[in-house]
Design a protein around this ligand. Sequence first.
Ligand SMILES: Cc1cc2nc3c(=O)[nH]c(=O)nc-3n(C[C@H](O)[C@H](O)[C@H](O)COP(=O)(O)OP(=O)(O)OC[C@H]3O[C@@H](n4cnc5c(N)ncnc54)[C@H](O)[C@@H]3O)c2cc1C
Length: 416
Amino acid sequence: MSKPRVLVVGGGVIGVCCAYYLSKQNVDVIVLERDAIGKGASYGSAGVIAAGHPPMNKPDRVRQALKRVLDSTTPLYIAPRFDPSLAAWLWRFSANCTERKLTANMNVLGPLGHATLQLFAQLIAEEEIACDYQASGYYEVCRTEQGTTHARRDVALMRAHGFDAEVLTGEEIGDRMTSLKNDVMGGAYFSDSATCDPYRFVVEIAERVRRAGGRTETGRVVTKVEGGAHPAVRLATGERFEADAVVLATGAYSLQLARELGCRLPIQPGKGYHRDLEFGEGSRPPLEAACVLGETSVFCTPMSGRLRLAGTLEFSGLNHRMHPSRLAQLTASAEQYLGDIGPARVTSEWCGLRPCTPDGLPVVGRLPGQTKVFAATGHAMTGLTLGPITGSLVADLVTGATPPSTEVTALAPARF
Ligand SMILES: Cc1cc2nc3c(=O)[nH]c(=O)nc-3n(C[C@H](O)[C@H](O)[C@H](O)COP(=O)(O)OP(=O)(O)OC[C@H]3O[C@@H](n4cnc5c(N)ncnc54)[C@H](O)[C@@H]3O)c2cc1C
């Protein structure tokens, strides 16, 4: 009997992880990527596998940030323009910033976080994925009372869901990270988190898909997905491919393809930036461990011999225009905490679009009214973190290997 064929549209971290776990379940899988593998949002993330971390919708901080969204120097920025879909999204997002919603989301994200950490460890060990994987946790460092209070709350929440997280004083942080300025007031350490080079992770997983007999085809622009009992995709070239199932893993670009199947996914592109710094021949980045700067939400991740500064959340539409002031903000933030970061060469400046949902949960499951077309998107700030568990869940859903769990039901596209 021939193997079932599954087409995965999109070769970001989510698409390749879906393809990897499908290939492990004896499926003939083909990834169709319009550009190159891993060059979308997955290319330049902060590289932090932040399992169990609370989602964006938090009652305290986000509400405060929403009051200052038009200020282009804050971590969250909304370009002033007429956009009814963004206005509706923001309204829904704000309505989801409640304690009740946070508890409900953590009940879903907690188990997914534990499962994804296990899958990462397994992938790295069994597949020998070379992506500078460091299972040494990361720090949150804060310079204000408000920041430390926020970090303490995150620690309590994560501990309640079984994650290793500890509150640290400024002195304790200073002892462990001597490269920081001495005005750090306090923060936290998340020891069961990890870091990696996100692009190398995606490229390596795609390679394992091919080794398992799957295909990754680049330069393949999918213009339409056809649903029903015999799903198919159409390419810009006019070609049409039939399959037993289709998985939409097109990140922030999922709306159009889903809409043509009658499904309105409320996803907004949340633009983030990175700036990579190198410190001369043979020099290591001047930072002992990865950390997030509490007040500015900028991540500083030592990665493959360089230091990546990554962050900001900008709602300015589906485009890749880079604002120099946002990039400058990354360095300015880092200097507030690290001091003068010395003679560094900027080796990469980049922006990418996070696929953000208004309720803080990804969208994973069958599209409403479809039996053989699935979505795997909406991972916002945690696509790398949840990549392996998403891939594994999608493979189970597509092949019908296990009945959907409570967590999977909570992620279903039909909830919107
Ligand atoms: C600055 C920044 C920092 C981040 N830091 C972290 C972090 O530390 N930890 C973490 O877990 N997450 C982080 N994220 C979030 C994470 O990067 C995203 O959630 C994740 O990359 C989303 O993956 P994806 O595969 O859904 O999307 P993408 O990587 O964007 O992949 C989608 C792919 O689909 C392709 N595509 C789109 N349309 C079509 C079409 N019609 N036909 C064919 N192909 C198509 C695109 O070319 C693209 O390659 C960060 C994001 C940013 C921007």
